[in-house]
Design a protein around this ligand. Structure first.
Ligand SMILES: *[C@@H]1O[C@H](CO)[C@@H](O)[C@H](O)[C@H]1NC(C)=O
Ligand SMILES: *[C@@H]1O[C@H](CO)[C@@H](O)[C@H](O)[C@H]1NC(C)=O
Ligand SMILES: *[C@@H]1O[C@H](CO)[C@@H](O)[C@H](O)[C@H]1NC(C)=O
Ligand SMILES: *[C@@H]1O[C@H](CO)[C@@H](O)[C@H](O)[C@H]1NC(C)=O
Ligand SMILES: *[C@@H]1O[C@H](CO)[C@@H](O)[C@H](O)[C@H]1NC(C)=O
Ligand SMILES: *[C@@H]1O[C@H](CO)[C@@H](O)[C@H](O)[C@H]1NC(C)=O
Ligand SMILES: *[C@@H]1O[C@H](CO)[C@@H](O)[C@H](O)[C@H]1NC(C)=O
Ligand SMILES: *[C@@H]1O[C@H](CO)[C@@H](O)[C@H](O)[C@H]1NC(C)=O
Ligand SMILES: *[C@@H]1O[C@H](CO)[C@@H](O)[C@H](O)[C@H]1NC(C)=O
Ligand SMILES: *[C@@H]1O[C@H](CO)[C@@H](O)[C@H](O)[C@H]1NC(C)=O
Length: 872
C-alpha cells in the first residue's frame, strides 16, 4: 500500500533531475553576474592616461552587458560553470592596480595574464587564493614591493613570470615549493639575494630566468638540483664565486646558459653535452678554454669575451661544427689560431680581437665561407694575409688592424665582394694597393693608414659609397691622387674642379682646390656623399594641430624653457616658407615669435629620408644634446632644446635679430658699423667661445663647422657662436656624414686625409674666420699658399703688405687699434698652419687676445709684411 501512495520512482527521478539541473544553473548565473560586477568595479579604477590611446577594447565590460560575461574582451569562461576561467589583458596599456581586484570572486581562475601594461602597486597576498592558477604572468608592468609568500599556495602553477617590474626584497623561499612550475622568470627586478640554502630543487623547472635582478650571491645552489633545466639565464647580476661542480654533473639537459656580466670566477663551465648557447662574457673566468669544449657538438653560440682566459685556442674547437658565433675578444689568449678553425663552416661571426695571438693567419680560414664578420685586430699576428681570404664572399666586416702583418695586400682581397668595412691599419703591409680593390663596390670605410704602402693610388679605383677613408702614415708618392679621374667623375659635376683653372676655382669650392691633389679626394668624397644622400625629410606628413606635435620620438627641453614645441610649430605655421630665415647645408632655420613675445630660432635638420633615426643613435643624440643644452657662455648661443620626429630633427636656439657675422661683414654694416675695434671684439668673442668648448667642457666639444655664417651678432656686436652640435648630430646618424661636416673653405686640410676630427680643426677654421673678418673677404689665396708645396707662391704671399691685405673698405687702423689688428692677424696666420700640431690652442689664442699688453710693432704699420707677422 505504502508503495501505491508514493509517486512512481521514475517521476521522483525526473523531479530530482529537474531540480538538480535548476540549482547549478541558478548558481552559475548569480556568480557570473557577481564576477561581471567585480570586473566592472575593477575597470572603474583604471586610470585614463592621456598620453596613451584609451582602451576602447574593454567596452564590452559594461553594466548593460552583464549577461554576456563570457563574451567579454579578455575573458574566457569555463564551459560548464559559465564562470571566468581565464583573464588575459596583455598589451592593453592599462594603468591600474590589483588592489580593486576582488580575488575571492575568481577562485576558479586558471590563467591570469596582465603582461605588458602599466599595473603598479603591490601584488596583493590575496593572490594566494587563486589556488587553481596554472599560468600567472604579471610581466612587464610597474608592480612594486615584495613578492608575497602566498604565491607558494598556487601549487598548480606551471608558468610564473614577474619579469620586468620594480619588485624588491628577497625571493620567498616558499616559491621553490611550487613543484609543477616549468617556467619561472623573475628577471628585471630589484631583488635581494635570499638564503638559497633553504630553497629546494624544482624538479619540473625547464626555464629559469633571474637576469637583471641585482642578485649578488654565489651561484644559487638549489639550481643545481633543478635537473630538468634546459634554459638558465643569470646574466646581468653580481653573482660571484665559482660554478659548483654539481652544476656540471646535474644539469645534463641544459641547452642555453647565460652568465654574462657577473663576477663569476674560476674555470669556465663547459661540459654540458646538449649546450647550444654559452654566454659567459664579462666575468672573471680564468684558466684555459677547456679542450673538452670539443664535446659540445650542438654548440652554435659561444661568447667568452672579456674574461681572463689564458690558454691557446684549443684545436678541438674545430669539432664544434655547428658554431655560427664565436667571440673571444679581450682575453689573454696566446699561441696561434688553430687551422682546425677552417672546419667551422657555419661560422658567421668570428671575433678574436684584443688577445695575444701570434703566428700567421691560417689559410684554412678561407673555408669558413659563411663568415660575414671577421675581427682579428689587436693581436700579434704576423706574416701575410692569406690569399684564401678571397673565398669569403659574404664577408662584410674585416678588421686586421694593429697586428704585425707584413708583405703586400693580396689581390684576392678584391674578391670579397661584400666587404663594407675594411681596416688594415697599423700593420707593416708593403707594396702598392692592388687594383682588384676596385671590385669592392660596397665599401664604406677603408683604413690603410700606418703601413708601409707605397706607389700611387690606382687611378681605376672609385668607391661609390666610401665614407671613411684613411691613408695617412704610408709612403705614398705625393701625387698619389692626381689623375684619379674616376674619383672625379663619380663626384658628378665636380669634374670641372679637377681641371679647374685658377680664376674660376674659388667660385666652385673656395680654397680647397689648390692643387688637384690631396684636396680633390676630400671634396670628392664629400660630394659623393652629398649626392648620394638625397636629403629630404618626411615633414609634410605632420598635421598642424599642436597636439600632434607632442607625439615625438624624443624630446629634450631645458628646464627653464617655458614653451612647448607645439607652440613653436604653431608660431611658424607648420614650417611655412615665410618664416624661413636661412638655408644651409644641414637644413633650414625658421624664426618663431611665440605668443608670449619670446622669439626663438628653429633649425630643422634634414636626415636621410629612407629611415628614421635608429633608436641607438637617437640615444646618443640625446646624450649629446643634454651636454649641449648645459653649455653656458656669453659668446655661445643658447640651445633651448631638441626634438625629433619622423626622421627630422629640430633644434631650438636663442634668436638674435642682427643675424650672422657673414651677413654683417658683407652688408652695409661691414663698413658703417664693423670698424676695426668691433672686428677685433668679434674675433675675441669667438676665440673665447671656442676656448670654452675645447678646454672648459668635459668632454671637450669640437664645433667642426666654424664659419662666418655660424657666428651671430648681438645688438652690441658681441659674437655668439651658434650651430655647435649640429655637426655632431649629423655625423652621429651615420658614419658617412662625417665628411661633409665642415664647410668648404673653412675645413682644415688634414681632414682630407685622415677625416679625424680634432679640436685643431676648429683652430684652423677660427683662423680662416679671423682672417676673413680682417680682410673683408675669404682668405682663399692665403690658405692655398700655405698648403701648396710650391715655395714660389709662398714667397709671393709672404712679401704681401699687411695694409694691402686688410679690408680696403675701411681706413687703415692706427695706434692701439693697429696693434690689435696686427695681433689678430698674426694669431690667425698661426692658426691656419698646415700641420695641426703647430697651430696654437684656442686657450692660447683667447688668452693672447685678452691680454692688454699688445706687442709693439716691429716696423711701421705700413711696412709690415705677412712674413713678418708669421714670425711674431
Ligand atoms: C560575442 O562577440 C562577438 C564580437 O565581439 C559578436 O560577434 C558575438 O555576437 C557576441 N556573441 C554574443 C553571444 O554576444
Ligand atoms: C598601446 O599603446 C601603443 C602605443 O602607445 C599602441 O601602439 C597600441 O595600439 C596600444 N594598445 C592598445 C591595446 O590600445
Ligand atoms: C569580494 O566579493 C565577495 C563576493 O564574491 C564579497 O563578499 C566581498 O565583500 C568582496 N570584497 C571586496 C573587498 O569587495
Ligand atoms: C568553481 O568551480 C566549482 C566546480 O568546479 C564550482 O562548484 C564553483 O561554483 C566554482 N566557483 C566559482 C566562484 O566559480
Ligand atoms: C596558504 O596555504 C597555507 C597552508 O598551506 C594556509 O595556512 C594559508 O592561509 C594560505 N594562504 C592563502 C592566502 O591562501
Ligand atoms: C623532466 O623532464 C622529462 C622530459 O623532459 C619528464 O618526462 C619528467 O617528468 C620531468 N621531470 C619532472 C619532475 O617534471
Ligand atoms: C642570455 O642568453 C640567452 C640564450 O642565448 C638569450 O635568449 C637571452 O636573451 C640572454 N639574456 C640576456 C639578458 O640577454
Ligand atoms: C647541427 O645542427 C643541425 C640542425 O641545425 C643538426 O641537425 C645537427 O645534428 C647538428 N650537428 C651536430 C654535430 O650536432
Ligand atoms: C651558410 O649559410 C647558408 C644560409 O645562410 C646556409 O644555407 C648554409 O648551409 C651555410 N653553410 C655553408 C657551409 O655554406
Ligand atoms: C665581440 O665582443 C666585443 C666586445 O664586447 C664586441 O665589441 C664585438 O662587437 C663582438 N663581436 C661580434 C661579432 O659580435
Amino acid at each position: 500500500m505504502k508503495r501505491v501512495q508514493k509517486p512512481p520512482p521514475f517521476l521522483l527521478l525526473l523531479l530530482h533531475i529537474f531540480f538538480l539541473s535548476l540549482l547549478p544553473l541558478k548558481a552559475a548565473t548569480s556568480s557570473s553576474r557577481t564576477q561581471a560586477k567585480a570586473l566592472i568595479h575593477w575597470k572603474s579604477s583604471f586610470h585614463n592616461s592621456s598620453s596613451l590611446p584609451p582602451h576602447d577594447d574593454l567596452n564590452s565590460w559594461s553594466l548593460t552587458n552583464l549577461d554576456n560575461l563570457c563574451n567579454w574582451t579578455g575573458i574566457v569562461c569555463d564551459h560548464n560553470t559559465k564562470t571566468v576561467a581565464q583573464i588575459d589583458l596583455s598589451n592593453f596599456n592599462i594603468t591600474a592596480t590589483l588592489i580593486q581586484f576582488n580575488f575571492t570572486t575568481f577562485l576558479n581562475l586558471t590563467q591570469f595574464i596582465l603582461y605588458n601594461n602599466y599595473f603598479r602597486g603591490p601584488i596583493p597576498s590575496a593572490i594566494g587564493n587563486l589556488s587553481k592558477l596554472t599560468t600567472l604572468d604579471l610581466g612587464y608592468n610597474n608592480f612594486g614591493e615584495e613578492i608575497p609568500a602566498e604565491i607558494a599556495n598556487l601549487t598548480e602553477l606551471g608558468y610564473l613570470s614577474f619579469y620586468g617590474n620594480y619588485l624588491r626584497g628577497t625571493i620567498p623561499y616558499q616559491l621553490s615549493n611550487l613543484q609543477k612550475v616549468q617556467f619561472l622568470h623573475l628577471g628585471g627586478n630589484y631583488l635581494e639575494t635570499a638564503d638559497w640554502s633553504v630553497f629546494s630543487g624544482m624538479p619540473s623547472l625547464t626555464y629559469l630566468d633571474f637576469s637583471w635582478a641585482s642578485l649578488d650571491s654565489e651561484f644559487p645552489e638549489f639550481i643545481s638540483k633543478c635537473s630538468n633545466l634546459t634554459f638558465l639565464d643569470l646574466s646581468q647580476n653580481a653573482f660571484t664565486g665559482q660554478i659548483p661542480e654539481l652544476v656540471f654533473t646535474n644539469l645534463g639537459k641544459l641547452e642555453y646558459l647565460n652568465l654574462t656580466s657577473n663576477s663569476f670566477q674560476g674555470p669556465l663551465p663547459s661540459n654540458f653535452p646538449k649546450l647550444k648557447h654559452l654566454h659567459s662574457a664579462e666575468n672573471n673566468f680564468s684558466g684555459p678554454i677547456p679542450e673538452d669544449i670539443g664535446q659540445l657538438r650542438e654548440l652554435q653560440y659561444l661568447d667568452l669575451r672579456n674574461n681572463f682566459l689564458n690558454s691557446s685556442i684549443p684545436s678541438e674547437l674545430g669539432l664544434c661544427t655547428n658554431l655560427t658565433y664565436l667571440n673571444l675578444t679581450s682575453n689573454h689568449l696566446e699561441g696561434k689560431i688553430p687551422s682546425s678553425i677552417g672546419q667551422l663552416r657555419e661560422l658567421q661571426h668570428l671575433d678574436l680581437q684584443m688577445n695575444s695571438l701570434d703566428s700567421s693567419i691560417p689559410s684554412e680560414l678561407g673555408f669558413c665561407t659563411n663568415l660575414t664578420y671577421l675581427d682579428l685586430s689587436s693581436n700579434h699576428l704576423e706574416g701575410k694575409i692569406p690569399s684564401s681570404i678571397g673565398q669569403l664572399r659574404e664577408l662584410q666586416n674585416l678588421y686586421l688592424q694593429m697586428n704585425s702583418l707584413n708583405s703586400s695586400i693580396p689581390s684576392e682581397l678584391g674578391f670579397c665582394f661584400s666587404l663594407t668595412y675594411l681596416d688594415l691599419s697599423r700593420n707593416q703591409l708593403s707594396g702598392s694597393i692592388p687594383l682588384t680593390l676596385s671590385n669592392l663596390a660596397h665599401i664604406q670605410s677603408l683604413d690603410l693608414s700606418n703601413n708601409n704602402l707605397n706607389g700611387s693610388f690606382p687611378t681605376e679605383i672609385a668607391f661609390p659609397l666610401l665614407g671613411n677613408f684613411y691613408l695617412s702614415q704610408n709612403n705614398f708618392t705625393y701625387n698619389t691622387f692626381v689623375g684619379n679621374s674616376d674619383l672625379c667623375r663619380d663626384a658628378r659635376g665636380l669634374s670641372r674642379a679637377c681641371n679647374s683653372k685658377k680664376n674660376n676655382r674659388k667660385v666652385i669650392i673656395g680654397v680647397l682646390v689648390p692643387v688637384c691633389g690631396i684636396s680633390v679626394v676630400a671634396i670628392t668624397i664629400a660630394l659623393i656623399l652629398m649626392f648620394h644622400k638625397k636629403t629630404k625629410c618626411a615633414l609634410k606628413k605632420i598635421n598642424s594641430t599642436a597636439q600632434n606635435f607632442e607625439n615625438f620620438v624624443s624630446m629634450i627641453l631645458q628646464e627653464e624653457v617655458k614653451f612647448t614645441f607645439g607652440e613653436v610649430v604653431k608660431a611658424i605655421d607648420d614650417f611655412h616658407e615665410k618664416y624661413c630665415i636661412g638655408k644651409g647645408g644641414f637644413g633650414r632655420v625658421y624664426k618663431a615669435e611665440l605668443l608670449s613675445g619670446q622669439v626663438v630660432a628653429v633649425k630643422r635638420l634634414n636626415m636621410s629620408d629612407s629611415n628614421d633615426i635608429p633608436a641607438i643613435n637617437l640615444q646618443s643624440f640625446e646624450n649629446e644634446i643634454r651636454t649641449l643644452t648645459n653649455v653656458r657662455h656669453k659668446n655661445i648661443i643658447r640651445l633651448y632644446g631638441f626634438c625629433s620626429r619622423r626622421g627630422c630633427i629640430f633644434l631650438l636656439y636663442e634668436y638674435l635679430e642682427r643675424g650672422s657675422l657673414g651677413k654683417a661683414l658683407y652688408g652695409v654694416e661691414g663698413v658703417t658699423e664693423l670698424g676695426w675695434a668691433t672686428r677685433v671684439k668679434v674675433v675675441k668673442g669667438l676665440a673665447h667661445a671656442l676656448s670654452y668648448l675645447h678646454h672648459d667642457c668635459s668632454p671637450p666639444i669640437v664645433h667642426r663647422d666654424v664659419t662666418v655664417n655660424n657666428v651671430l651678432l648681438e645688438s652690441d656686436f658681441e659674437a655668439r657662436l651658434s650651430d655647435f652640435g649640429t655637426a655632431r648630430l649629423i655625423s652621429a646618424n651615420s658614419s658617412n656624414w662625417t665628411h661633409i661636416v665642415g664647410s668648404f673653405g673653412y675645413m682644415a686640410p688634414e681632414l682630407a686625409l685622415t677625416m679625424r676630427v680634432r679640436d685643431k680643426c676648429d683652430v684652423y677654421s677660427f683662423g680662416v674666420v679671423a682672417l676673413e673678418v680682417m680682410m673683408g673677404r675669404h682668405p682663399g689665396d692665403l690658405l692655398e699658399s700655405q698648403l701648396s708645396e710650391s715655395s714660389k707662391s709662398m714667397e709671393d704671399n709672404a712679401e704681401l703688405l699687411l695694409k694691402d691685405v686688410l679690408d680696403q673698405r675701411l681706413e687703415a687702423p692706427s695706434n692701439e687699434l693697429a696693434k690689435a689688428v696686427v695681433l689678430v692677424m698674426s694669431l690667425a696666420l698661426g692658426c691656419i698652419r698646415t700641420r695641426p700640431g703647430s697651430r696654437p690652442t684656442m686657450l692660447y689664442v683667447a688668452q693672447k687676445l685678452s691680454a692688454h699688453s699688445l706687442p709693439s710693432l716691429p716696423e711701421p704699420f705700413g711696412m709690415l709684411t705677412l712674413n713678418k707677422l708669421m714670425g711674431i
